[in-house]
Design a protein. Sequence first.
Length: 217
Amino acid sequence: MSASYPHPIVAREGWAVLAGAIAAAAVASWWVGWWSAPFWLAALFVLQFFRDPARRAPGDAHSVVSPADGRVVAVERARDPYLEREAIKVSVFMNVFNVHSNRSPVDGEVKKRWYNPGSFVNAALDKASLENERNALWLRTAEGADVTCVQVAGLIARRILCYVREGDRLARGQRFGFIRFGSRVDIYVPVDAKVVAALGDKVYATNTIIATLPRHA
């Protein structure tokens, strides 16, 4: 399946939900008039949750961009559990008000994909990376740098969506998946990468550079 598709303003995952919310609000307006205001507020919430703006990636092929909107909750040396290597881990926590479309952090090929069922603890906690439901992608750049990008379900998230397979090629900022409701994304980059993201930073998928991969002669 192609990783890209038209999704003007609203993510395709939200079209049916938004249509249902608007229909319910319209029916409520017909029956109860201005008492239907909570239904319209719910429809507005659905609209903001499933918004999916088009974005252009900054930097060059060595830039690692944020795969998600949210707040950086971890920047640390860690063991990459998928590639069994030492790495630098950057974790981005998404609350229900962030855009939940997930974008590729680098230009690269999907070498492998892992899915692990799991629990649904608060995604802001470190243990969510190993205990929660998660989907991981191993991405390799043209220069051979390996980046692992992990979608992690949160406390109320109940579905991780990923549309790419092994062998697919992704460009920085290209959409590859979606997580419904609060969740997080972990990125593991090589230890010699220069990480520019800091704990507490607000980052935006595609728009924010979080690290720079080393340039090899």
